[in-house]
Design a binder for this molecule. Sequence first.
Ligand code: NAD
Length: 350
Amino acid sequence: MKLLVTGGAGFIGSAVVRLAIARKIEVVNLDALTYAACLDNLAPVADSPLYHFEKADIRDRAALDGIFAKHAPGAVMHLAAESHVDRSIDGPGAFIDTNITGTYTLLEAARAHWQGRGCPEAFRFHHVSTDEVYGSLPEDPQVLFTEETAYDPRSPYSASKAASDHLVRAWHHTYGLPVVVSNCSNNYGPYHFPEKLIPVVILNALAGKPLPIYGTGANVRDWLFVEDHADALLTVLTKGEIGRSYNIGGENECSNLELVERLCRILDRLRPRADGISYAEQITFVADRPGHDARYAIDPSRIRDELGWRPSVTLEKGLERTVQWYLGNEPWWRALQDRQGVGERLGVKT
Ligand code: NAD
């Protein structure tokens, strides 16, 4: 199978590309190289004969047609998106353009390619989405997002992803395009762009800066190690039932405050502050995100029971591996800290 991955220079996409190539799958990485992209994420596979790169925008139909004709992929895994909720609050337009119009344009290019080859049933269009499309959960730990939970997105980001999920399902029902959809919880791990909570906390701690906690830090998220997620995505792609959705979670619920405290404890052990005081002293409570969802949590039964997939990394182990990776890869994150908006508080002006 030749797999076309969109957004393969991003955080999750690059983990998928690295894993797919390790499993001897030929990959075409299609990416527009926005502010969030980093081709260094692909350094471990860049010289592989199984790796191809195409710089293109998913909103550019002519470019997409050319890439489909050139590579004739047997499957598409669609990750390209604007992905940062805080940026979607300040500038929703780019999220509507890329996540909705871009997904529509990619669907049309994929459909033309698939129909042009006689509609092979083995073709797959795998759309990668978020659990944020389901809205916010109450505190009750018994209440979880299932694949049947009604959509109730609340941020411009999650609304744009919800719209793209609906488009993908419509292309299946209307045109028969063989699609699968997955909705995952918060990812973390190596190569995480330094505007997201976990890398911000690690890098601010090392720089002696405040560790910002939105509101009271009571918001709960489920955390999924990115390499586990890449494995789950390849499982859904190859074993998922056409037309079906799969929720992917890490089985690791944690409040933001507890998460930051855990990171501080790991840093205290691996890179203690010169003055011997805990990094937790740097925790600072800041204005909450407008419309901040209280809790996300995934019921993982479907992917576990139907596809036999479970996460392999506990939050404790995953955070330790992540901190170690940032400590060992300073040139990678230093280069990204100069990019527009990184290190600034975004998403507070409404
Ligand atoms: P990311 O921001 O790290 O990477 C996105 C990639 O898409 C970048 O390489 C960027 O250059 C590319 N891209 C953006 N606009 C494009 C366009 N118009 N044309 C072509 N390429 C474009 O994102 P991520 O965190 O790796 O997320 C990947 C996918 O997973 C997204 O669809 C996101 O919605 C979804 N997701 C992410 C998380 C998470 O925790 N990071 C959770 C749930 C779902």
